[in-house]
Ligand binder design. Structure first.
Ligand code: TYD
Length: 130
């Protein structure tokens, strides 16, 4: 299961008159988080990502707006996800080439399994395919 991307549904506690809270206890995640970062104000004509990771696993959440994520695995399986609900996360396994496009109002939270390490990045697609 954990070598393919998949959606995780988080609890959505509340009601429309009051608003909602989503929560994830660590036992409900596929890894224990080591880092959280968020990206925002990405212009709509920019494609982010364009890399894979040797070891890092991630969960992307569109806490606001809409994010379109394309993923290609080394065996050429490809996936397209639209994240537009704050109570859903996208698990991205290691060795997955990803690109992301953002709506102007979107905020992407990334829950990461490892600390930042530039040596864990594969930024060249041909190198990734090898
Ligand atoms: P990158 O992971 O390439 O962003 P994206 O996948 O959203 O396109 O990171 C962009 C830049 O930010 C890059 O120069 C590395 C830096 N960065 C850090 O310093 N620490 C971090 O935790 C992250 C995720 C990125």
């Amino acid at each position: 299961m954990n070598n393919k991307p998949y959606l995780i549904e988080f609890p959505k506690i509340g009601e429309s008159q009051l608003g909602y809270i989503s929560v994830s206890e660590k036992n409900n995640l596929p890894f224990i988080p080591k880092r959280i970062y968020w990206t925002y104000f990405t212009p709509e004509d920019v494609v982010r990502g364009n890399h894979a990771h040797y070891e890092l696993e991630q969960i992307l959440v569109a806490v606001a707006g809409k994010i379109e994520v394309d993923i290609v695995l080394q065996n050429e399986d490809s996936f397209h996800f639209v994240l537009d609900s704050p109570n859903f996360g996208l698990f991205i396994p290691k060795m997955a080439w990803r690109t992301m496009k953002y709506s102007h109002n979107s905020v992407q939270m990334c829950i990461a399994s490892m600390e930042y390490d530039e040596n864990d990045y594969i930024r060249n697609y041909d190198q990734f395919k090898r």
